[in-house]
Design a protein. Structure first.
Length: 406
């Protein structure tokens, strides 16, 4: 869908018109800038994007005062719903312990599992809301939320229900992802295959209707490639799209495996190799980079950004908001980190938290860019140039956020 320009005024007035604005539509190959632009919405859908001179009449007109408008921001990888804190593990890492050592000693993911199992669905919502509100205050209109801290049928579904309910108590679009294959729970210690049986035969079928996708942690401290293959195959067999935590700490060829199952995205990717890049490119799998986790765990190996560019693999950026390795609730900070640590350009960062993030959710037909027919999700900014959204650290220049036209 191309942005409208040089067209006649609509016969029927729009409901709302944002005028006197500069637009970063995220169409084309870059930012898709429209100077002296306007955006109109009819109901919850964009009905016009283009030069203000061709804009339709509207029942309500909002003068943006020359401000910039982008699509509403999208965080395509979070673990927003969880209970407990892992601040003590942060302290242990500062004293020299590694992520793997903490996990193998019973900390890491399993410490959050204990707290999350003890929490009610209402408890999970109450603890997640302050984090969600931080995202909303920065212009986020869509957020993906994973399970993965329950590791039983009942607790995984509890997490997914809590995530769905967050989208009911706040004006935000929530996409849920089942991550039951996040870690082997303590009651299955030494029997990872038995737990994978539970995930494939019981949890995935029960999650149909409450999960929008299925994810897994393919890693030495997570699940083997063979086990991950079983999980992804079961998801696809039940009509659920897949994603994958891949190549974060080592190379298990997870990205290649994910692409083979038609994955929407492969995430982390610090140890991604040429074969994985080729497989992702062939399938259209998005590379979701998580610079917050890279920063927080003090990693040194960076994802192969130039090779991803050369292969035309779309790059998304997300916070990986989680209690253990990326306790960050700022997508703008994630964009700054993507530029600073991974040397992404401003356009790559901004497309990474809008259009390509939507692609990583399989939702780019409806969200992620300013185009006629897409959801009227807008972020209006007090900035002189889009680069400021990536350049500034711990700043929030949001002027107004529009969700579904409101």
């Amino acid at each position: 869908m191309a942005a409208l320009s040089n067209t006649k005024r609509m016969a029927t007035p729009a409901d709302k018109l944002w005028r006197n604005a500069r637009l970063a539509t995220m169409t084309g190959d870059g930012l898709g800038v429209v100077e002296q632009g306007a955006v109109a919405a009819t109901g919850n859908t964009i009905s016009y994007v283009g030069p203000a001179t061709d804009a339709p009449d509207a029942a309500e007109i909002i003068d943006c005062g020359g401000r910039w408008i982008t699509p509403g921001l999208i965080d395509c990888h979070t673990h927003l719903v969880h209970a407990g804190s892992r601040a003590k593990e942060f302290e242990a890492r500062l004293e020299g312990a590694t992520y793997e050592e903490i996990a193998r000693a019973g900390g890491g993911i399993l410490s959050t599992v204990t707290a999350t199992r003890a929490a009610s669905e209402d408890d999970l919502i109450a603890t997640a809301l302050p984090r969600l509100d931080q995202f909303i205050a920065e212009g986020v209109t869509t957020v993906e939320i994973k399970s993965g801290y329950g590791l039983t049928l009942e607790d995984e579904l509890k997490m997914l229900r809590a995530a769905r309910r967050l989208g009911e108590v706040r004006d935000v679009r929530v996409r849920t992802t089942l991550l039951a294959a996040h870690a082997v729970p303590p009651e299955y210690k030494g029997d990872a295959e038995g737990y994978v049986d539970l995930v494939c035969q019981t949890i995935i079928p029960a999650a149909v209707g409450v999960a929008d996708a299925v994810d897994a942690f393919c890693e030495g401290i997570g699940f083997t490639a063979q086990q991950t293959d079983r999980v992804l195959a079961a998801a696809v067999a039940h009509g659920l799209p897949v994603k994958l935590h891949a190549e974060q700490l080592s190379n298990l060829s997870g990205a290649t495996l994910a692409a083979r199952h038609g994955a929407l995205s492969a995430d982390h990717l610090e140890h991604l190799d040429a074969a994985g890049i080729a497989a992702m490119a062939a399938n259209g799998t998005v590379a979701t980079l998580l610079p917050g986790a890279f920063y927080f765990t003090r990693e040194e190996r960076r994802p192969p950004v130039q090779a991803l560019r050369d292969a035309n693999v779309p790059i998304a950026i997300a916070t990986d908001c989680n209690p253990g390795t990326s306790p960050m609730a700022s997508l703008l900070l994630a964009a700054n980190m993507g530029a600073t640590f991974f040397r992404l350009t401003v356009a790559e960062c901004l497309r990474g938290i809008t259009l390509n993030a939507a692609r990583a959710l399989g939702a780019h037909a409806r969200i992620g860019s300013l185009e006629q027919g897409k959801a009227a999700d807008l972020a209006i900014w007090n900035i002189a140039d889009p680069a400021e959204l990536v350049y500034r650290i711990a700043a929030n220049p949001l002027h107004a956020r529009v969700y579904a036209g409101l």
